[in-house]
Write a protein that binds this ligand. Structure first.
Ligand code: FES
Length: 712
C-alpha cells in the first residue's frame, strides 16, 4: 500500500517519521495534483498497489484522482485550516490505512456501449422528437407505439394545449420528418414485453400485433364488416379505423378487437397475428406521455352515470365534431386532484387545460354560458394572459370552490358547490359538465424498466438521473411520462434527453461510479429477509433466484447495507469491516466522532475550515455517502472505542441525495439511542442533525456543544 501525503504548497505541516506499519510506504509531495504527482500515483496503480491520498478535501481531490479510486484523507480543511495539532493527521491517515488494508478491493468497473442504437417507447410528440434528434446524429432508432397510429393523445385533440393552436401545425411536420428518416424504424401496435441487460447492451423484447396494413387503399370495407364499436374518448368508431397521422392505412385497435377475423376475410392485406422481435439497443427512452385519472373514481360527480358529464378529451372531441351543442357548460378544475382520496398531487397543467376548453367554447360560440369552478387557479408564467383573456375578453365566469355533488335533473345537471368568495353553497344548473381530472403515469412500464415511482410520477428518478454521481443506466424518461407538461416543454425536454443519449452512444465505454453495493448470496439465502429489496431508493436490488444488485442502477448510498442484519450486503468502499477498522484506528478516548454526509455536512466542515472557525480538536470526521449508511454496529463500535459523542449529520429532510436515506437514518438512530441507553451511555451523546453545505456555523456550534457535554 502507498500513502501519498501532499502539503498543498506548504499549507499543511506534515508530521515527521510517519509510520503506518508493515507494507505501507509513505510518499510526500508539495503538489500531488501536478502532472508528476498524478504520474506517481498512476505508477502505483499499475503495480496493483492500494492507495491512500492525504491532502486537500476529496471534493477537490476527486477532480484529479477519481480514476484511481483512492481512499482520501482531508488533512487541509479538517486539520490545518481549523488550526488543529498535526497529531490528528497521524490518526486520520492511520484510520484510512487500516480501512483500506482490510476492505475488499474496490473496482471502478465499467460498461461497454456495444449497441449504438436507441429504443424509444411512445409515438407522441416527446417520442417523435427524441427519435428525430437521436436518428439525425446517425444512430439507429426504434420507435415503438402501442396504438396503431403515431401522434399520441394530441392526435385526438382539436387544439393544442394551452393556447389552442391546431395540433396539425406541430404534429404533421414532426411525423413526416420521422417517417422520412432512414435511421428510424417505426413499430406501431407494439409494446415492450421485457428488457434484460445493462447500459449500452440492452435486449428488448417487443410484442407486435397485426403489422401495418401494407398498400391499404382506404376502401373502408374492413370497417364496414367490423362488428365492434368503440367509444374513443367521445367519438364512436370501429375497432378497425383510420386516423390522419401515420401510417396512412387502416389500423386495428387490439385493446378492443375480438379477433373475429371478419376484416381479414374482406381484405387479404390485413394480418391479425402476433409476433415477437428482439432489439439490441444501448439506451431506452420512455416517452409514453400521461394518462387521465379515471373520472369514474370520483363517485359524487356522476361520470359514467350521467351522459352529459364528460372528461376534457371527450368534451373537446364531441364539441369539435358538433356532436353536442350545449348552451351552458360548467368546467370543474381539480376534479380528484389535491385530494387524499384520489390524487394527492397537483398535475400542474390541468388549470390551463380548463382555460383552453373555456376559450375554445367561447371562440366557437360566444353565446354559450361558461363557468369554471376552481380551488386555486394556477396560470403560471406567461399564461396569466390566457387567464385574463378567458375571464375578461371571453366573459367566462369563475367560482372559487370545490363542487360537492353533481346530480341529474331532467335533461339538466345540477352542481352543488361552495362559493368561497360569497361564503355560501350555491347550485348551478347546466347542460353539461367537463371534469378536468389530473394525470397518472404508466405504472406498468415504469416497473418493467425498473424506474421507482412510489405511486406517483417518477420525478425523483428524473431528478437523480440529472446528478453526475448517479450510476449510468442509459434509461431515461421524457415529456409528460416524467410529469405532466405542455407540448412545448415536452419537445424541449425530448431534445435534452436526445443530447444525453447521443453523448452516451458516441462513447465506447462508461465508467461505473463507485461505491456500489454487493450481496453475498450464500449468507443472504440463509436469512432471506429481503429487506433491502424494498428500501433501495433506486430500484437496484432485485430477486432472481437470489437477491442481487444491478451495479448499473446502484447509486451507492449504503442504505441497504445499513439495513442488512446478516452482513450479506456490503457497500464496497464503505463495508462493515473497513468502517469498523477505520473507527478503531482513528478515534481516541474522549473524541467526538462525526459521520458527515459528503453531499452536505462534510462540505460544511470544509467551509468551517476556510472560515477558520474553532471547533474541538478531538473531533474526527469520517466522510460517508449518506447518513443512511450509518447503522447500530458502527455506533456501538465507536462508543466501545471510548468516544464521548457521535454526530451523524446529513442533508435536510427533503434534500437527501438518495431520496430518503436521511429519514431512514433518523429512525434508525432514534432506535439505537434506546440501545445505547441500555448500555449505560447517555443517549444525548448520540445525535443526528440536518446540516447543509452552507451551515458551517451550525456544525461548529453543535460540535462545541457536544464537547462540553451539552444536550440536544
Ligand atoms: Fe445526505 Fe442522504 S445524501 S443524508
Amino acid at each position: 500500500m502507498k500513502v501519498f501525503i501532499c502539503d498543498c504548497n506548504g499549507e499543511i505541516d506534515i508530521p515527521q517519521n510517519l509510520d503506518f506499519g508493515d507494507g505501507v510506504v509513505v510518499k510526500t509531495s508539495s503538489k500531488l495534483c501536478s502532472e508528476e504527482g498524478k504520474e506517481l500515483i498512476a505508477n502505483s496503480i499499475k503495480k496493483n498497489e492500494k492507495i491512500v491520498i492525504a491532502g486537500c478535501t476529496p471534493r477537490i481531490a476527486e477532480k484529479f484522482f477519481a480514476e484511481f479510486n483512492p481512499e482520501y484523507v482531508n488533512i487541509r480543511e479538517h486539520v490545518a485550516y481549523p488550526g488543529h495539532a498535526d497529531g490528528k493527521i497521524r490518526d486520520l491517515i492511520k484510520g484510512a490505512v487500516e480501512k483500506v488494508r482490510i476492505s475488499d478491493e474496490t473496482s471502478t468497473g465499467g460498461f461497454e456501449i456495444k449497441n449504438k442504437s436507441a429504443l424509444i417507447i411512445g409515438g407522441g410528440v416527446a417520442g417523435l422528437e427524441t427519435a428525430r434528434q437521436v436518428a439525425s446524429a446517425g444512430f439507429k432508432t426504434y420507435l415503438i407505439e402501442k396504438e396503431p397510429f403515431l401522434g399520441g393523445t394530441i392526435a385526438k385533440l382539436d387544439r393544442l394545449y394551452p393556447e389552442g393552436m391546431p395540433n396539425s401545425h406541430t404534429l404533421y411536420p414532426l411525423i413526416n420528418e420521422v417517417v422520412r428518416d432512414k435511421n428510424i424504424e417505426i413499430l406501431v401496435n407494439s409494446e415492450l414485453k421485457e428488457i434484460s441487460g445493462e447500459i449500452g447492451n440492452y435486449r428488448a423484447t417487443i410484442r407486435t400485433r397485426g403489422k401495418v396494413i401494407e398498400d391499404c387503399d382506404l376502401c373502408g370495407k374492413c370497417k364496414e364488416v367490423c362488428p365492434v364499436t368503440v367509444d374513443d374518448d367521445g367519438i364512436e368508431r370501429k375497432a378497425i379505423y383510420y386516423r390522419a397521422t401515420h401510417p396512412d392505412s387502416y389500423g386495428i385497435d387490439f385493446e378492443n378487437c375480438t379477433g373475429c377475423g371478419k376484416c381479414a376475410k374482406v381484405c387479404d392485406k390485413i394480418k391479425l397475428d402476433e409476433t415477437e422481435i428482439e432489439l439490441d439497443v444501448g439506451s431506452i427512452i420512455l416517452a409514453t406521455g400521461m394518462k387521465e385519472y379515471d373520472a369514474r373514481m370520483i363517485k359524487e360527480y356522476g361520470y359514467g352515470k350521467y351522459k352529459n358529464v364528460f372528461t376534457k378529451l371527450e368534451f373537446e372531441r364531441k364539441f369539435a365534431n358538433r356532436l353536442i351543442n350545449p348552451k351552458k357548460v360548467v368546467i370543474v378544475l381539480c376534479a380528484g386532484s389535491r385530494d387524499e382520496n384520489h390524487l394527492p398531487y397537483c398535475s400542474r397543467v390541468c388549470c390551463l387545460l380548463g382555460l383552453k376548453e373555456a376559450k375554445l367554447i367561447k371562440d366557437t360560440d360566444p353565446e354559450v354560458d361558461v363557468y369554471v369552478t376552481y380551488i386555486d387557479l394556477r396560470s403560471y408564467g406567461d399564461f396569466e394572459n390566457l387567464y385574463t383573456t378567458v375571464r375578461e375578453t371571453c366573459g367566462v365566469n369563475f367560482i372559487q370552490g370545490r363542487p360537492s355533488e353533481i346530480v341529474e335533473k331532467g335533461d339538466k345537471l345540477l352542481i352543488r358547490t361552495e362559493d368561497i368568495l360569497l361564503g355560501k353553497t350555491i347550485e348551478l344548473d347546466t347542460d353539461c359538465v367537463v371534469l378536468i381530472t389530473g394525470s397518472v403515469p404508466d405504472y406498468e412500464l415504469l416497473e418493467k424498466l425498473g424506474i421507482p415511482s412510489d405511486g406517483e410520477f417518477p420525478v425523483d428518478y428524473v431528478n437523480s438521473s440529472l446528478s453526475v454521481d448517479s450510476n449510468p443506466r442509459g434509461i431515461f424518461v421524457c415529456g409528460a411520462a416524467a410529469f405532466p407538461k405542455p407540448v412545448a416543454e415536452s419537445i424541449s425536454e425530448a431534445r435534452d434527453v436526445a443530447v444525453t443519449v447521443i453523448n452516451l452512444l458516441n462513447k465506447e465505454r462508461v465508467d461505473m461510479k463507485t461505491p456500489v453495493a454487493d450481496i453475498n448470496g450464500d449468507i443472504c439465502s440463509e436469512v432471506g429477509c429481503k429487506i433491502c429489496l424494498d428500501i433501495c431508493p433506486s430500484g437496484a436490488i432485485y430477486s432472481d433466484g437470489g437477491i442481487k444488485v444491478d451495479p448499473s442502477m446502484c447509486m451507492g448510498c449504503g442504505v441497504c447495507t445499513a439495513a442488512c442484519a446478516s452482513g450479506a450486503n456490503q457497500l464496497i468502499g464503505y463495508d462493515d469491516k473497513g468502517l469498523l477498522a477505520q473507527i478503531e484506528n482513528t478515534v481516541k478516548e474522549g473524541d467526538i466522532l462525526a459521520f458527515l454526509c459528503k453531499w452536505s455536512s462534510y462540505n460544511a466542515a470544509d467551509k468551517a475550515g476556510y472560515e477558520k472557525l474553532k471547533y474541538p480538536e478531538n473531533t474526527k470526521i469520517i466522510r460517508i455517502p449518506c447518513t443512511g449508511r450509518v447503522d447500530a454496529q458502527i455506533i456501538l463500535k465507536a462508543f466501545s472505542c471510548g468516544v464521548k459523542g457521535i454526530l451523524i449529520a446529513g442533508c435536510p429532510p427533503d434534500g437527501c441525495h438518495y431520496v430518503s436515506g436521511n429519514l431512514r437514518a433518523k429512525k434508525r438512530i432514534l432506535a439505537t439511542k434506546e440501545l445505547v441507553e441500555q448500555l449505560g451511555i447517555a443517549p444525548d451523546s448520540l445525535r443526528i442533525e440536518w446540516i447543509g453545505t452552507e451551515e458551517s456555523k451550525k456544525l461548529v456550534d453543535i460540535l462545541n456543544e457536544m464537547d462540553k457535554g451539552g444536550n440536544q
